[in-house]
Design a protein around this ligand. Structure first.
Ligand SMILES: NC(=O)c1ccc[n+]([C@@H]2O[C@H](COP(=O)([O-])OP(=O)(O)OC[C@H]3O[C@@H](n4cnc5c(N)ncnc54)[C@H](OP(=O)(O)O)[C@@H]3O)[C@@H](O)[C@H]2O)c1
Length: 378
């Protein structure tokens, strides 16, 4: 029986993971859960899944409510303790770069990390991959695009010459990002129902940019071998091109429960909760190149990963602050790439950084971005 810890169990990926685990049945036992602030939902999850231990990362929230039925841990240390604990599979469904600490602990314990938390891979990708190699831990992606690539690569990883990441294009595929667009309009994604951060990132195409960096790290390929293709139907989740010109793709209805289940059960495949795809009903699969003028975040991500070192962490940290500021109506959507570009221009990337240097670059980028947001609000 597999013992599973879910970090970020109250989020969009976390709740879907619990649904998938219920479906998979007695071969999987939930042993640990975590939330940042959503204590009410965590309590419900404790009652339904009976984990032995839970963590509330936001300390004031941990103090405000009494948790019944599980050992309570708090803060970053709590997540690390869970990652070191008895689970053999750790699902990292956290949002933001905080996910690095439990990820490293789980990999050091030779566990499987099913990772949705892209900010961790973007900022600390090399350290994460090196830790997995050094200790024998395993990383299986949850992001639907990287799951698709992981699946296609079964056919001959060494023969792959190009990775093609598909993107729905988000709600502003035609108009581009405009000053007048509100947070409410931005959060209404045409295909996927996700957490707020990734939904805003999808609207600016920063999400695709982060995914390019994620793919560079996960599959050890150069950024030039990764391209992006807009595919509004979101049926093809990504493709790989082989040396001989053949292309393989993974197709399914857009439903995160499939890549989540794949990450949990890999290399086994078992029946899932996802409705089978009826291609006759799809009728049309469209493709177009991304418009990099309308969506400057994509080029910023390619630039960050080409410079490498601490630059991807600066891009990602600055984006986290920008998205939060946009949701609080302090900046507009087009301010996001403008601010990130300014912060990146000011940063002197450190080559082959150690963890602490990335943490410092991350903190610096957050400070610089907050200052630029403040100046815009004077
Ligand atoms: N949602 C998707 O379909 C999807 C698809 C592909 C990739 N991803 C990636 O998966 C990750 C999670 O996305 P999501 O959409 O599930 O996010 P989400 O709905 O916002 O959930 C995030 C989870 O992390 C917790 N959390 C938030 N801030 C935290 C902090 N500072 N420290 C520790 N825990 C914290 C949240 O707790 P609270 O509930 O208290 O806020 C929640 O449990 C992101 O990196 C995203 O880019 C998501």
């Amino acid at each position: 029986m597999h013992k599973v810890a879910i970090l970020g169990s109250t989020g969009s990926i976390g709740t879907l993971t619990l649904e998938v685990l219920s479906h998979l049945g007695q071969d999987y036992k939930v042993v640990a859960l975590s939330t940042h602030r959503n204590v009410k939902l965590l309590q419900k999850q404790i009652e339904e899944y009976s984990p032995e231990v839970v963590c509330i990362t936001d300390e004031p929230s941990a103090r405000s409510l009494h948790i019944r039925g599980a050992k309570l841990l708090t803060g970053r240390e709590g997540l690390v303790e869970i990652a070191k604990g008895e689970a053999d599979i750790v699902v990292n469904a956290l949002v933001g770069a905080e996910g690095i600490y439990p990820t490293l602990s789980a990999l050091q314990g030779k566990k499987r990390v099913c990772i949705a938390n892209k900010e961790t891979l973007v900022s600390f990708g090399e350290i994460v991959m090196n830790t997995a190699r050094k200790y024998g831990g395993e990383i299986v992606p949850i992001d639907s695009e990287h799951s698709a690539i992981h699946q296609c690569m079964w056919m001959g990883r060494d023969e792959v010459v190009e990775i093609i990441l598909t993107a729905s294009g988000g709600p502003f595929r035609v108009s581009g990002i405009k000053k007048y667009i509100t947070p409410e309009e931005t959060l209404a994604h045409p295909v996927w129902k996700m957490g707020k951060k990734v939904t805003v990132d999808s609207a600016t195409l920063m999400n695709k940019g982060l995914e390019v960096i994620e793919a560079v790290r996960l599959f050890s390929v150069p950024p030039e071998s990764i391209s992006v293709l807009i595919h509004p139907q979101s049926i093809i989740h990504s493709l790989v091109r082989f040396r001989d010109g053949a292309i393989l793709a993974q197709l399914s209805l857009p439903d995160m429960r499939l890549p989540i289940q794949y990450a949990l059960t890999y290399p086994k495949r078992t029946p899932s909760l996802v409705k089978p795809l009826d291609l006759a009903k799809v009728h049309l699969l469209e493709f177009e190149p991304p418009d990099k003028e309308k969506f400057p975040c994509l080029s910023l991500a390619y630039k960050a990963v080409s410079i490498a070192g601490t630059m991807p962490a600066v891009l990602s940290a600055s984006d986290e602050v920008c998205v939060r500021s946009f949701l609080k109506r302090k900046i507009t959507l087009p301010d996001i790439p403008e601010i990130i570009q300014k912060v990146m221009n000011k940063h002197r990337a450190i080559e082959n950084p150690v963890l602490q240097e990335i943490e410092e670059a991350d903190k610096w980028a957050r400070r610089e971005t907050s200052e630029l947001v403040r100046l815009l609000n004077l």
